[in-house]
Design a protein around this ligand. Structure first.
Ligand code: GLC
Length: 637
């Protein structure tokens, strides 16, 4: 192998020692995984060479400024664990029209304190069959209405100058049925039919569908679609216009790796790998989280570590807590698979606590979540472009004394527009009539009650809704990981029902929480006392507090407190002697928390100061309490 590598280095005239070392250190692992997955393929050898070729080409194509940034990140170590990062996820068109419009808005992010942007899919995707851009027609061409590659590059340069970080998606699991590969397949080209999963009859599809959960049971039932032109059944796990790529074919892997590198060399800091749980399929399984999917992710990670090492990987696996840990890598691959995962369990249990005023399910989830290895991190969030799934484990619900089926029913009724006296306005998404499973759509503000409160012009209800929004954001801001706000939530945007007028969106109620930003409305944030001003300035303060507290960096430095009160939950973050206690009351009633909760090894602090309200408290005896107002929280040190 070393001879081969030397050959490559000489061939490409690569003299950089760092690259040669990284290649040398990782190439055997890459070869081993490739052999394990693709060893039996007739073209395995040639395709492995193509893969090595790509690694070298990607390194050569990497701009000096990016190599410099790689080196800076390496110096810092695991740069993304820092408490200095605060993110936002947004649709470029709905936020600022297009990429150059977004570049004009960088000051807005600076004012808010956001320095990490996730641009929702920006590559070409057919109008009306787009899944918000997750049905990609061309992995290298920017959607026309958003601009072009130069605009993206300009945006990236401006962001880099301001010390901001860029995250975009790679939609790895599928392409649009309008992608060139799908078109060639449809026209009968055998080579490209092998890029997808296709079957001549229903035998295998029937077999597979027995175990494959449906992702969009209402709008796209089943996991296969019949294509008349080919007279074949094509696997479409998500929408019927999203064809699943066949990673049993090494050509698919090598081609998609080239796209990974293409994005890396655009200056992407974090690549969000969309739906990685689904990239390997096997009859007789759910076709999710299979060991081969992990191997493929590890191979991508190793290749990136060699050629474009500054780019971190986020695996968008929205799976049960025990399974999520696997995405950080196991054994010798620990922290060499995905650098980030979404803390979807925590997001969901926050909504659980808010609905029930009971934080026991949240506490029950922590034993699993705390297994995340040091060196990997979470994306923490309250809302994103997707629905809220209730996929946390049954045992977490049972441990809290609830019946899982009834508890989830309560959650769906509370947030999904069923329970009439609920303050929340949301909707059920992806209702499966066979299993009664459903997820929840709705914006942060609407789910926290702001939509109903504004409609009824009830001042107290408005104030309560705002307090809940801030509590939810605060809870995920300090938890550990990079908090990523969803655009509009920093201004309290309520649900937007205009999607119902658009045939390409009306079938998918996730659009209700994907607003079009009205900059006139956002201007109201400058006027004291408006809803926008209250939510915006609180969000801004939370971010600024996060950046001022080193204990908040994600260094596996969190302990959950025994709170002695179901409605109140607390976690302690620490570095060395420095300790900060974050206390949250998830109920609408005043709650008391005994000072005993702060005792460690027989000692408790004498006095605590709350960085949020500025108040100080003398720590009392066991019978005395910290009094928590409705939905109040404290940042005590
Ligand atoms: C991810 C995206 C979601 C999309 C799906 C299919 O889960 O977040 O929005 O529908 O992948 O690409």
């Amino acid at each position: 192998m070393q001879k081969k590598i030397n050959g490559y280095l000489a061939n490409y005239n690569i003299k950089e020692v760092g690259f040669a070392q990284r290649l040398g250190a990782n190439v055997n692992d890459i070869a081993e995984i490739f052999q394990l997955i693709y060893g039996d393929h007739p073209q395995a050898e040639g395709l492995f060479e193509a893969l090595l070729d790509q690694i070298c080409q990607a390194h050569i194509a990497r701009k000096e400024s990016l190599k410099k940034r790689d080196a800076e990140k390496e110096k810092v170590g695991t740069w993304f664990l820092s408490n200095q990062l605060a993110g936002m996820s947004l649709y470029v068109d709905r936020f600022a029209g297009n990429l150059s419009g977004l570049r004009q808005k960088l000051d807005y992010f600076e004012t808010l304190g956001v320095n990490y942007l996730h641009l929702m899919p920006i590559f070409k995707s057919p109008e009306g069959e787009s899944d918000g851009g997750y049905a990609v027609e061309d992995f290298r061409a920017i959607e026309e209405k958003l601009g072009n590659i130069q605009d993206l590059s300009d945006l990236q340069s401006s962001m880099q100058e301001k010390g901001m970080y860029l995250m975009i998606d790679i939609v790895l699991n599928h392409t649009s049925h309008h992608h060139e590969w799908a078109k060639k397949a449809r026209s009968g080209d055998q080579e490209f039919q092998e890029y997808f999963y296709m079957y001549e009859d229903r035998r295998i599809p029937d077999e597979m569908e027995k175990d494959m959960p449906e992702i969009f049971p209402e709008s796209s039932p089943g996991s296969f679609i019949y294509d008349e032109r080919m007279d074949k059944w094509v696997m479409t796990v998500f929408h019927q216009y999203q064809w699943d790529l066949n990673y049993r074919n090494p050509k698919v892997f090598v081609e998609m790796l080239a796209n990974v590198f293409y994005y890396a060399n655009l200056g992407v800091d974090v690549l969000r790998i969309d739906a990685p749980a689904f990239i390997w399929k096997q009859v007789g399984t759910t076709c999710q989280n299979l060991p081969e999917a992990h191997k493929l992710l590890q191979m991508i990670k190793l290749c990136v570590e060699v050629a474009t090492p500054g780019m971190a990987l986020l695996g968008e696996a929205i799976v049960a807590p025990a399974q999520i840990m696997e995405y950080f890598g196991k054994g010798r691959f620990a922290t060499h698979e995905c650098d980030f995962a979404y803390n979807a369990t925590h997001m969901a249990v926050q909504w659980d606590a808010l609905a029930t005023a009971d934080t026991r399910v949240m506490l029950a989830a922590q034993s699993e979540l705390s297994k995340k290895p040091l060196g990997a991190s979470w994306i923490t969030y309250t809302r994103c472009h997707d629905d809220i799934g209730l996929g946390y484990d049954d045992h977490m619900i049972e441990q809290s004394g609830y019946t899982p089926y009834l508890h989830r029913m309560y959650m769906k009724n509370h947030y999904g527009g069923v329970q009439e006296d609920s303050p929340a306005t949301g909707a059920l998404f992806a209702v499966n009539p066979k299993t009664q499973d459903a997820r929840i759509s709705g914006s942060l503000a609407s789910l926290c009650g702001l939509e109903k409160a504004l409609a009824s012009k009830n001042k107290l209800a408005i104030a309560t809704a705002i307090q809940k929004i801030i509590l939810m954001q605060a809870h995920c801001m300090f938890l550990g990981g990079v908090p990523v706000l969803f655009y509009g939530d920093e201004m309290g945007y309520t649900n937007d029902y205009s999607y119902l007028q658009d045939a390409g969106k009306a079938y998918d109620n996730r659009w209700m929480h994907r607003p079009v930003i009205d900059w006139k409305k956002n201007k109201k944030a400058e006027k004291e006392g408006t809803v926008e001003q209250q939510v915006f300035s609180a969000t801004q303060r939370l971010i600024s507090l996060r950046k001022s507290l080193d204990v908040v960096a994600d260094l596996k430095n969190i302990d959950w407190m025994a709170s002695h009160n179901r409605s109140v939950v607390g976690y302690e973050r620490y570095i060395g002697e420095e300790r900060v206690y974050f206390i949250f009351n998830f109920s609408g009633e005043v709650q008391d928390l005994t000072w005993f909760a702060f005792e460690r090894e027989g000692k408790r602090p004498l006095e605590l100061r709350d960085a949020w309200s500025g108040k100080s408290f003398i720590v009392g005896s066991d019978e005395e309490h910290l009094r928590c107002g409705p939905y109040e929280f404290f940042i005590l040190s």
